[in-house]
Structures are given as structure tokens and as C-alpha cells.
Design a protein. Sequence first.
Lengths: 111, 136
Amino acid sequence: MKVAYIFATQRHTVSYVLGRMILPQLEENRHGVDVVGMFFEDNNYVLVRGNLLGERLLAVAKAKGILLMGCDQCCYEREIADQLLEGVPIGCFPDLYGALAGNMPDQVITL
Amino acid sequence: MIEPEPRTGCCGNRRTPTLSDYIDDGLRRSRLTASDALGAACRDDAGHVARFGVHIADGVVTSVGFRASTCVTLVAYCEVAAQRVSGRRVAEALRTLQPADIARALPSVPPAKRDRAQLARALLIALLEQAKELQT
């Protein structure tokens, strides 16, 4: 099964759910599903260059072909749009759906 | 390059407007723009649409309105262009819309999204040129 994650809530979904569960599982090839994309609304500071979690995430994303994308308005609001990890785009839903069109997820999970 | 108008920030401090300020101002301007005050719509290759409307009195651009697709980058560029020309004589307003100048106003926009600036600029120039011809 293919899934995409949308990080939208203000819970500790990145430091905890992503950082301590999803990412280590992906690194160890035992997450259980194919992750095709991750879209960050809130918590998008993880996509800033130099962020330790973000750099690990980028390495996994490159190795596994996972799309990483930041919400454009969220990144503009935080003034980080020009500081993101190499190759990570920003966009809104049309951009996200367009980018996932060639590798559509079976489930989209909002965290 | 034209310097942006400073904003009043916390405790009355003056600050340079951010990209988010232009988005907020642009969304507000677009809400307040009546449909019948708008010129022809233009669509770019990515499907983004924008329409501008200007009111000119005695050769001066007294008000600018627009409606644009919900791409916030496009909204911000349209707002930059609208602020640039407001209150200027038409010929002067046209001079403020130099190529790359609108894009340069928002340097934090990633390169992949800077093409929206051309759509905003081209539309406003076309409308102002039209207005200029009507005046002469």
C-alpha cells in the first residue's frame, strides 16, 4: 500500500510521530507501507536546511523517491521559503496533487 | 528599484513588509474589488488566472483592484504591482513595472514560482497601456 502524510496539526507530529516513529522505521525499512509523499503545513521548520531531522528525512526521501513539499503560504508566513532543504519545493494542493499524480497514494493520512 | 512602504510593527516600530504582508493585503484588495471593475482575464501555462482593474482620474492611477487564482505567490505579486502603480501618473506607473522588478521585490519566492510575477506585470501593463491610449 502507498500512503502520503500531511502534517497539518499542532500536536508534536514532527518531533515525535515523524522523528521517533515514521522516520526511524523508514530508515530501517520496516515502516510497513510505501510512503510516496509528505506535505508539511504546520511544523514546516523541519524542512529548513540544517535541521537535523530534516536532513535525515531528505536522505531517506532521496533514497526511496518520497516527495517532500512545504505548504507555500505556511513557509512564506514563517519566512523560510528560501531556506528549505535542497530540492524541496513549496506549493499548495494543486502542486501536491500534480507532484503525486505519477505515483498516487492509496491513503492520505493527516497527522 | 522602488523601496516598499515600511509597516508599523509591534510597539510602533517600523518594519519592512514581508511576503505575508503582501499576501494579506492582496487577499483583502481582491475581496474588495468589484467584478465589474475588472479588465480581461489572462491565464498562464500553469492555469493561473488574474484580472486587474484600474481607475484613472486626471492621468493619475487612483485605485487598483484585482482578482487572482488562489496561488498566494501570484496574489503577492499582483499586490506588489498594484501598490507600485497606485497614486502615480500612468506613464510613471508604467516605468515602475520594469521587467524583473516585481520578482525582485519578493526575493524569498523560490525560482520555480517566480514566473507568476510576469503574469501580474504583463496584465497590469496591458491595462495601463490601454488606459493611456484612451486618454490620448
